[in-house]
Unconditional design. Structure first.
Length: 336
């Protein structure tokens, strides 16, 4: 061992690691409590209130001086309110002399606008990244971004987790025998890489949905299946379900092509209107999402099951705090 290495190890042994504190905003308190329980800690004390005019009040209820702080806030509706609340919490922590502030954002809103597709459009994903940076964040932990390149909008570390290993394990455990007959289907060409990884883990074949409009100025979207799904059980893999239009259209196309059944796995179940009605009336057999957003709307949709991400985020937080790699948490789905 060199003198330099020995000195560094001696220094690390003398200097204590900053203590860890976790706070949760009001967007998804249930998930915050679950993550804290997995970590074996209690959530930090924080007072949050809303003034009559809609402004947000925040006060950190305990000392965070020199602490390694994690703030859990998923950006679900009301998205703008929850985003502003996160920025205010971060500002309060920065002004209270927290050593490091990590924003844990299970669902990263505004990620769908990661580039300009038409003239005079904003790039909202970059805007949100800039807002978090200006507020004082040191690091971001998020899950299944709509576009992986959003990580490049930050000038500090971003831990981009994925829930697909959890979702795949759900189906492996529930359908241990039937799964050998499955086909994994991507809802579009852009998700083909993720679907291919899922197919490899399931030892299944791959199919892709190609969406096109039959005529110009016709609003109906027609999905065509690329791949053999006849007589197969199909699993559609997607990053989110918003209004459920894609999965309903895709299910019709798959069944028309001879698929035996259709299931869907998605990291984020937003279920904006009219998703509930569309799913109820559709031929989808089962939908599995995570608890990255509150599941208030899921209660009325019997076909939907939820997989918890609390353990995944707890392990990521623990590893980050202890300066341990998080790559072991990807389960074969590490984003490149």
């Amino acid at each position: 061992m060199s003198d330099k290495t020995a000195t560094r190890k001696k220094f690390m042994a003398v200097v204590p690691r900053a203590h860890m504190i976790m706070f949760a905003g009001r967007s998804h308190p249930e998930l915050g409590e679950k993550i804290a329980k997995e970590l074996g800690i209690s959530l930090g004390e924080i007072e949050l209130a809303t003034f009559a005019n809609g402004e947000i009040y925040c006060r950190i209820g305990e000392s965070v001086r020199g602490a390694d702080v994690f703030v859990m806030q998923t950006l679900y509706e009301p998205v703008n309110t929850n985003l502003m609340e996160l920025l205010i919490i971060i500002d309060a922590l920065k002004r209270a002399s927290a050593e490091r502030i990590t924003a844990v954002i299970p669902h990263f809103a505004y990620a769908r606008q990661d580039k300009k597709t038409k003239s005079r459009e904003p790039i909202t994903a970059k805007l949100v990244a800039d807002l978090l940076t200006a507020a004082g964040v040191s690091r971001v932990v998020t899950m299944d971004l709509h576009a992986g390149q959003i990580q490049g909008f930050f000038d500090f570390p971003v831990d981009h987790l994925t829930a697909f290993s959890l979702l795949i394990n759900y189906f492996k455990e529930k359908y241990p025998r039937e799964i050998s007959n499955w086909v994994v289907c991507s809802p579009d060409v852009g998700r083909a890489k993720t679907a291919k990884k899922a197919a490899d883990l399931l030892s299944a074949s791959l199919a892709v949905l190609h969406k096109s409009r039959p005529e110009r100025n016709v609003s109906e979207v027609v999905a065509e299946v690329v791949g053999d799904v006849r007589g197969k059980d199909v699993l559609i893999i997607d990053d989110m379900i918003d209004t459920a239009g894609t999965i309903v259209t895709g299910t019709k196309a798959l069944l028309k092509s001879g698929a035996k059944s259709v299931r869907v796995a998605a990291a984020h179940g937003l279920f904006s209107n009219p998703a509930a009605e569309r799913i109820k009336e559709s031929a989808v057999d089962e939908i599995v999402v995570t608890d990255s957003v509150p599941f208030y709307r899921i209660k009325d949709i019997p076909k939907v099951n939820v997989v918890s991400t609390a353990g995944l985020f707890a392990k990521a937080i623990k590893n980050i705090h202890e300066d341990i790699s998080v790559s072991s948490l990807f389960g074969g789905f590490e984003y490149s």
